[in-house]
Design a binder for this molecule. Structure first.
Ligand code: TYD
Length: 221
């Protein structure tokens, strides 16, 4: 147990389309890690630091509809740089674990695969902004977009729809494929989780993977 506190923190991200249940699963994982005595901080993107939360506000404002995916990508990366500098980096260096509800793969899937921003541009931004601070483990919560959008709509109730949920079904199909392609390209880091199941079944699979991939390493170091 002592070993856990002495290891540098691990960085875990949750990714996926709309309504896949990322936030619920991120919170459940944080609780399970906490129960093992691992100090775990839950954060999110866009956001996670005061300045990045301001950018989030701007990005999710439903009044700004006519924007280019490149303008969005630059803002997501601006927010990410602040999030990394102010929150993620210091937390990991202090030995905390960090669970983030979305990170760079969202930009690759939403603005890249679905929005059409070139992979070269995003790779360059990724290199300069994220560098070596790539996640140790990423869960991609996958479900058919028709279902996810319906769930997101039910959850939202009468609140205004945000700029991304609102895009057409083709966009969300490209988005899903974008996430699956990332997982295929980086099988060491990314695990695709079937999100069309009950919460407990999903949480158990997520925990099994985390235990296998990160806990033994943390305990034995
Ligand atoms: P949010 O309300 O947090 O939605 P969700 O619960 O689905 O995470 O809004 C975040 C929105 O921003 C979501 O539609 C995905 C989008 N997004 C991008 O388009 N690119 C990105 O890089 C990130 C981090 C999010």
């Amino acid at each position: 147990m002592v070993g856990i506190f002495m290891t540098p923190g691990k960085f875990i991200t949750f990714e996926g389309g709309e309504g896949a249940g990322k936030s619920t699963q991120a919170e459940l994982l944080r609780e399970r890690l906490g129960a093992l005595g691992i100090r775990t901080i839950l954060t999110r993107e866009p956001g996670g630091s005061p300045f990045a939360e301001e950018i989030r506000h701007l990005l999710l404002d439903p009044r700004h509809k006519e924007r280019s995916p490149l303008a969005d990508a630059l803002l997501f990366y601006a927010a990410r740089h602040d999030h990394l500098t102010r929150t993620i980096g210091p937390a990991l260096e202090a030995g905390n674990w960090l669970v983030s509800d979305r990170f760079s793969d969202s930009t690759r899937a939403y603005q890249g695969a679905a929005g059409g921003v070139s992979g070269d541009i995003l790779e360059t931004l990724e290199k300069w902004v994220v560098g070596d601070r790539r996640p140790d483990l990423t869960y991609i919560l996958d479900m058919p977009p028709e279902l996810g959008l319906k769930r997101a709509e039910e959850r939202r109730g009468h609140d205004a729809v945000d700029g991304f949920e609102n895009l057409d079904l083709d966009f969300h199909k490209r988005l899903r494929q974008g996430f699956l392609d990332i997982a295929k390209a980086e099988p060491e880091r990314c695990f695709v989780i079937d999100a069309n199941r009950d919460i407990d079944a999903i949480a158990s699979e997520i925990w099994r993977i985390c235990e296998k991939r990160l806990i033994p390493e943390a305990v034995t170091k």
